[in-house]
Write a protein that binds this ligand. Sequence first.
Ligand code: WT7
Length: 665
Amino acid sequence: MSQDTPGSTATAAATSQQGDALENLLHEDRKFAPSADFAANAVVGAEVYAEADADRPAFWAKQARELLTWNKDFTQALDWSNPPFAKWFVGGQVNAAYNALDRHVENGLGDRVAIYFEGEPGDSRAYTYAELTEEVKKAANAFESLGVAKGDRVAVYLPMIPEAVITMLACARIGAVHSVVFGGFSSDALLSRIEDAQAKLVVTADGTYRRGKPSALKSAVDQALAADGHSVQNVVVVKRNGQDVDWHEGRDHWWADTVEAASPEHTAVGHDSEHPLFILYTSGTTGKPKGILHTTGGFLTQTAYTHKAVFDLHPETDVYWCTADIGWVTGHSYVAYAPLINGATQVMYEGTPDSPHQGRWWEIVEKYKVSILYTAPTAIRTFMKWGRDIPDKYDLSSLRVLGSVGEPINPEAWMWYRDVIGGNKAPIVDTWWQTETGAQMIAPLPGVTETKPGSAQVALPGIAVDVVDENGASVPNGHGGFLVIREPWPAMLRGIWGDPERFKETYWSRFETMYFAGDGAKKDEDGDIWLLGRVDDVMNISGHRLSTTEIESALVSHPAVAEAAVVGAADETTGQAVVAFVILRGDAVDSGDEIVQDLRNHVGKEIGPIAKPKIVLVVPELPKTRSGKIMRRLLKDVAEGRDTGDATTLADNTVMAQIAASLKK
Ligand code: WT7
């Protein structure tokens, strides 16, 4: 139990630390069945599970043909002859942008609103499907005229504005591979992603608005591209907040002069079902982010199916709003692709929930009569903190389905969401998935599943999820272990960009024939699944994945730091918070607050503001095993204010006492 090796700590963590809290959860006996009304009008019923179980590939092939329009039909649903490299819908050809846009216009839906955009300062614009199609065609022509061809990579560093979706779909249309980098990442982080993918074009904006103030973006691109020998030839710049920008003649082009000026005629051709659609970088357990690769046919099929089934989407009447930024996978699957593939009307909001006031989200729900809201537990807990009198001022009666994603939702937040936001009638769908899975994997079906506050419930139809022990054996109900996926699924990652070995090693080596998700989970007495958080050195801050190792390397790159250890400590609002323990170099002075601020800013510069440690503790030593591995588990105990557990495997067992003494000072 006390060893800090991956296998045993994971189960130890799953059953001890989080286990206590979980014991309470598992005695949760509140259950919420769908109303008869909801069930009667639901898009899918209980029969889908049996249908999918009977023949998974055939089930997905049926969805692929129903949900997408193929330029060329596929001949085989799944080729799994070379695991873990899957091919879905083999031989098929499909165009993502045509499916998201043109075909809806051809089907007479050109006047339906695709996107209601709400800017932070209060400006708004609506795009119909016809208008959005035209914009994407222009962008496709503009990117092609800048030399972007099928297979080339395009880095996207944009705020939450419609041009972000237009850019992604324009890339997909011409077969270019987008790599969206979250606007909260620093120029260093941007450059390393540009270099890893060898991007030819960068699409950015002058800046955006953050809490009423202009916030720059292009300056980070300029800083990144000041490096020698990068691959970028052109930068397209959207004018969003009008702030001053430096200009690099020949390299930089205003969106208005390139995209807006381009021809609105562009014919979409089919791309192979396995053609790369995008790369999205995510943190792993090493210092180097992984470029998660997704391809076309399988990704579109599973995102569209789950969007329809899990949110009970009625595209003629629903107004859908997913609050995720396009910089994360949720903003890819459930903002840029699935809603448009399904012909839905969606809201897109640029800013923060408290700008200009703490009722902004609820004002938006009321204004657009949002019926499906998809957000993260950290947001819900923030609203709980602000108090129910704020949402109570707005008419939220249009809401009929509430989604949650990104981290486990605690039953208290679940109940508040249901009661205060959903008026005790809208079902909650807690959806478990990952950047790597591409689409939702575990979630209730709102017209079918009886839900329990805090449980993500069951695998979706066509998805083979299990909880196993260290030997890969399925655990019985009432037990915990590792979350795995036993069978390939359509939206699964196809690899890590440029690194097939790391792909195998990271996901397919812990258990030979199963995908290891990195999460701990427990099956309750009914077999329903409860997620327990990561079992590796990956943190989850406000639903965003951060690597302890990546932040540690950022810290040790500071001249004053000799060693650093980072842990994710439980935090009431953000789920986890970054806590850093650092040993200063002999010649560095412990200037108290000053060095702490300096180190936080340094991490902000190296990775981005989201990675800044909440707390930096200067300590004399770090707890290590005899083989030199830092025992983060003990540091987590300290950070969360617990007595430290078993420390007998420490190389020097006085270390914890030294740390405790230094923190009392
Ligand atoms: C990790 C994936 C999926 C899009 C956003 C995050 C955690 C995600 C849930 C949930 C409990 C969840 C897991 C997972 N996670 N959804 N409903 N309940 N945990 O994507 O950055 O790839 O992170 O987020 O730990 O492994 P991501």
